[in-house]
Design a protein around this ligand. Structure first.
Ligand code: GDG
Length: 728
C-alpha cells in the first residue's frame, strides 16, 4: 500500500542549502545556517525523511563534493551553478529584477532578457534534480522568489507530484506586477502548485488579483482558490513566526549591561544592508528626533547593525556609501567629546550577542520601506525578558498585520517616525509592559514550529473545488461589455461545445447545448458562428441547426445563411496536394496514429499512440513541412494547413465585415470561445475588440482574456447569453 501522503518524505527546494560552504586551504568546509526556517524544517525532514535541494552558493570544481557532516539526518542534493549562471539567475534576475519589483520599488528593477533566460534555465535544473525523488514524496515544498518557475517544470516531469510554494517576500499589487515582461510565465510557474502560501492576506489577495487580470483564471477571493483550467489551486496566508523559546532563552542568559554604556538609552536597528530596510530614512528620523527633542542629546544612541549583503549588486554598494556618509554627517553634527549619536556596525554578530542587544535596547526601530514579514521585530519582542522596551514597526512590513500593539509608522514619514521614537523613549512602564506582553503571547503561540505544521496540514488536504459558475458571475463579466449592442458569438466545436473524446465522430452535441444554441440563434440581437478545424460539411452535419454560420477547415470555407458562400481562392491548388501529403504521412501511422483528410487541410492524430510519441511527432511535422504545408500543434494532433496566411481569426473578421460592414466595431460586440491552439489566431486578431475565452488546461500561455475549465462552463455561458434580458 502506498504511504499516506502526510507521512511520506518531504522535499525542500530553496535557493540555498541549509548550510553555507566555504573553500579553505583544507578543502570545502560547511557551516550550519542559524536561521529559524532551517531549524523548523529539519525536524520534519528527519521525521518524514526527504531531501533538501539547493545551490551550494559557490561554484564547485570538477569532482569536488559537498562535505558530509557525519550523521546526516536527511539527504542533501546540491544544484551546482557556474559563475555566469549564478550572476544572471541569482544576482541578476532574482536580486536585480524580482527583489525590487516585489518590494514595490520598480524604479530599481532591471529587466534583462538574458537574466530571465538564465533564471528559467536554472529553475528547470532544480526541477530536474528534484524529479526522481518527487515521485515518491508526500510533498515538494518550494521556497521563495528564486524558484517561482520550478513548480511548472516539475509538474511537466512528475504530473502527479504534490507541490506547494511559499513566498518569503511580498507579492506586489497588479499595477506593479504587470511591469514584469515575464509576468505570465511567472504566474504559470507558481500555479503548477497545489498550494501557494504568503506571509499575509494582503499578498495573497494581490496574487489572486494578478492571476485573474493577467491570466483570466477564475478566482474565489474569499475561499482563496484559483480555477486553473480545471485544476484547483489553494492560496492562503501563513504568517511566519520565530523560534520564540530559543530567543527568550538566549536573552535570559545574556548578562545585563554588556551592550550599552552606563546611563545611556539605546535605540536599535538590525538589518541586512538592503535598500528595502529603510536605513537612510531611519537615520534621518533619528536626526530629526535630536533636532526636535534636544533632551535626548547626550543620552540616546542609535545602534545600527547592518549585515553585509549582496555586495555584487551596484545598488547595494551605493547604499553602503550613502549610509556611511549619513552616519558621518549626523555624528559630525551632534557628537560631543563624550557622546556620539550613532553607533554603526557593518558586520554580523553572534546570536548570543544579538539577543543581548535586543534585551537591552529601549526601542527597536524596525522601519523597512517594504518587508515580506520581518523577523527582527518578532525576535526583539521575544527578548524582552527584563524591563520591556518599545517596538516601532513600519506599517509596510508584513509583521504589522499581526503586531498591532507596536507603534506603527510610515517609514517614509521622517517627522512621524521621529515623534514615534520620542513617544517610545518617554512611554511609561505600564504601557510598555502591556504592549510587549500581548505581542509575546502571540509570538510564543504562533512560532515557527506551528507555522510549519499549519502549512503542512493545509498542504496535505485533498484538492478543493470552486463553487459552480453562477449567472451572476457571468453577468458580471459580460453585461458591462454587451450593453445594448448587437452580439456576434463565435464558438469552436470540439472541446468547446463538446468535451474532447477519443475519436472526432463521437463528439456529439448534448441536447442541453443544442437547446441553448437554438435559443441563442432565435434571438434577433445575436448571431452565432461555429468555427472549426473540421471540414465545413462535417461540422455543419454535427451541429445541424439552421441559422448558424459555419466556418470549416479553420475558416478556409464559410457558409452563412445571409452571406455568399466563401472559399479561399488558393484552396483548390492545395486540394490535390493534401491527398499526397496524407499518403506520405502513412509512414507515421503506426501504433494507431491516423490521418483525417478534411478537404484542403488534414489532421494527423496521435492520441491512440501509447508511450512517448515525441519522435513520431517530430517526423510528422517534418513530413508536413517538406510537402510545403504549415504544421500546427493541436490536441494530440498535428494539423497541416496550406501556407496561405488564412486562419480562424481572418475568417472571423471576414464574417464580421461581410455581415456588419467595415465599421462593425461601432455596432457589434463579439464573444469568441475556443479550446485549441488554432483559436489563438482568433484571440490575437480580436484582442481589444472582443471578449475571448480559452477552454481547457491552463498550462500554456493564451491570448484570451479569460480561461474556462471545460465545456460545461461554456454551456453555462450559452445559457446566460440565451436567457439574458434585453437592456431597456
Ligand atoms: C526575508 C524577507 C522575511 C541579522 N543580523 C544578524 C542576524 N540577523 C538575522 C535576524 C533575522 C534575520 O537575520 C533577518 O530576517 P528578516 O525577516 O528581518 O529579513 P530578510 O533577511 O530580508 O528575510 C523577510 C524573511 O525572509 C523570512 O520569511 O521575514 O521579510 O525579506 O532572523 O536575527 N543574526 C545574527 N547576527 C546578526 O548580526 N546571528
Amino acid at each position: 500500500m502506498a504511504a499516506r501522503r502526510d507521512e511520506a518524505p518531504v522535499l525542500v527546494l530553496a535557493n540555498r542549502l541549509p548550510f553555507t560552504i566555504q573553500r579553505t586551504r583544507d578543502g570545502l568546509e560547511r557551516k550550519p545556517s542559524a536561521g529559524g526556517l532551517v531549524s523548523a524544517l529539519e525536524p520534519v525532514l528527519r521525521q518524514r525523511g526527504g531531501d533538501w535541494i539547493g545551490w551550494p552558493g559557490i561554484a564547485l570544481k570538477e569532482r569536488e563534493k559537498i562535505p558530509r557532516n557525519g550523521g546526516e539526518p536527511y539527504g542533501v542534493q546540491a544544484v551546482p551553478l557556474t559563475d555566469t549562471e549564478a550572476n544572471r539567475y541569482y544576482h541578476g534576475f532574482s536580486n536585480r529584477t524580482l527583489w525590487p519589483l516585489f518590494h514595490s520599488l520598480p524604479a530599481r528593477a532591471v529587466f534583462d532578457a538574458r537574466d530571465w533566460a538564465a533564471y528559467d534555465a536554472v529553475n528547470e535544473r532544480f526541477a530536474q534534480v528534484a524529479a526522481p525523488a518527487a515521485r515518491d514524496a508526500g510533498l515538494v515544498w518550494v521556497h521563495d522568489y528564486h524558484l517561482m518557475r520550478t513548480p511548472g517544470f516539475l509538474r511537466l516531469r512528475v504530473p502527479d507530484a504534490h507541490i506547494a510554494f511559499f513566498l518569503h517576500i511580498p507579492f506586489p499589487p497588479w499595477d506593479i506586477f504587470r511591469l514584469l515582461p515575464w509576468s505570465r510565465e511567472m504566474l504559470l510557474g507558481i500555479l503548477s502548485c497545489d498550494l501557494v502560501g504568503f506571509h499575509v492576506e494582503g499578498y495573497a489577495q494581490n496574487f489572486l488579483d494578478c492571476v485573474e487580470k493577467r491570466l483570466g483564471d477564475r478566482v474565489d477571493r474569499t475561499a482563496g482558490l484559483v480555477d486553473h483550467g480545471g485544476r484547483v489551486v489553494r492560496v492562503g496566508s501563513f504568517p511566519l513566526g520565530i523560534d520564540f523559546e530559543l530567543f527568550e532563552k538566549r536573552a535570559l542568559e545574556a548578562s545585563e549591561g554588556r551592550v550599552g554604556r552606563e546611563g545611556e538609552r539605546m535605540v536599535l536597528g538590525v538589518d541586512r544592508l538592503d535598500y528595502t530596510k529603510g536605513i537612510p530614512e531611519r537615520i534621518r528620523a533619528f536626526e530629526r528626533l535630536l533636532e526636535r527633542h534636544p533632551q535626548h542629546r547626550g543620552v540616546v544612541v542609535l545602534l545600527q547593525l547592518a549585515v553585509p549583503s549582496r555586495s555584487q549588486v551596484a545598488d547595494y554598494r551605493d547604499l553602503k556609501r550613502e549610509i556611511d556618509e549619513l552616519v558621518g554627517r549626523v555624528n559630525g553634527r551632534f557628537a560631543t567629546a563624550t557622546w556620539s549619536p550613532i553607533r554603526y556596525l557593518y558586520r554580523s554578530v553572534t546570536p548570543e550577542r544579538l539577543a543581548a542587544m535586543y534585551r537591552e535596547a529601549d526601542v527597536a526601530l524596525v522601519t523597512p520601506l517594504r518587508d515580506g514579514m520581518n523577523l527582527v521585530a518578532k525576535e526583539y519582542v521575544a527578548c524582552q525578558v527584563g524591563d520591556p522596551g518599545v517596538l516601532i514597526l513600519s506599517e509596510l512590513a508584513g509583521a504589522a498585520a499581526t503586531m498591532r500593539e507596536a507603534i506603527q509608522v510610515n517609514p517614509y514619514d521622517i517627522d512621524e517616525t521621529a515623534d514615534a521614537i520620542h513617544r517610545a523613549l518617554t512611554m511609561d512602564e505600564s504601557e510598555r509592559r502591556s504592549r510587549v506582553a500581548s505581542m509575546r503571547v502571540r509570538e510564543e503561540r504562533d512560532n515557527v514550529y506551528s507555522w510549519v505544521s499549519q502549512f503542512l496540514e493545509e498542504a496535505d488536504l485533498e484538492n478543493a473545488q470552486l463553487r459552480p459558475l453562477t449567472d451572476d458571475e457571468i453577468g458580471g463579466w459580460l453585461e458591462p461589455f454587451l450593453k445594448k449592442y448587437h452580439l456576434s458569438v463565435f464558438l469552436d466545436y470540439d472541446g468547446t461545445l463538446t468535451p474532447l473524446v477519443d475519436h472526432p465522430s463521437k463528439a456529439t452535441l448534448s441536447s442541453e447545448v443544442r437547446d441553448r444554441l437554438e435559443a441563442l440563434v432565435a434571438r434577433d440581437d445575436t448571431d452565432v458562428a461555429i468555427v472549426s478545424g473540421r471540414a465545413l460539411e462535417d461540422v455543419r452535419a454535427m451541429v445541424g441547426i439552421d441559422g448558424i454560420t459555419f466556418a470549416g477547415n479553420h475558416g478556409l470555407e464559410v457558409a452563412a445563411p445571409d452571406l455568399p458562400h466563401f472559399r479561399h481562392e488558393d484552396v483548390d491548388h492545395y486540394e490535390g496536394r493534401i491527398v499526397e501529403l496524407g499518403k506520405a504521412l502513412q509512414e507515421v501511422c503506426s501504433d494507431g496514429a491516423w490521418v483525417e483528410l478534411k478537404g484542403h487541410t488534414l489532421t494527423w492524430h496521435y492520441r491512440p499512440v501509447k508511450g512517448d510519441a515525441t519522435q513520431l511527432v517530430a517526423r510528422a511535422r517534418e513530413i508536413v513541412l517538406e510537402s510545403g504545408f504549415q504544421a500546427r500543434d493541436a490536441h494530440l494532433a498535428v494539423e497541416a494547413r496550406p501556407p496561405i496566411g488564412w486562419d480562424k481569426g481572418r475568417a472571423v473578421l471576414h464574417v464580421l465585415r461581410s455581415r456588419h460592414g467595415p465599421s462593425w466595431t461601432e455596432n457589434v460586440r463579439v464573444i469568441y470561445i475556443g479550446d485549441d491552439e488554432t483559436d489563438e489566431d482568433a484571440f490575437r486578431i480580436l484582442a481589444g475588440m472582443a471578449a475571448t475565452f480559452r477552454v481547457g488546461p491552463a498550462d500554456t500561455i493564451s491570448l484570451a482574456g479569460r480561461r474556462l475549465p471545460d465545456a460545461s462552463a461554456v454551456a453555462a455561458i450559452l445559457r446566460w447569453l440565451a436567457g439574458r434580458k434585453r437592456p431597456s
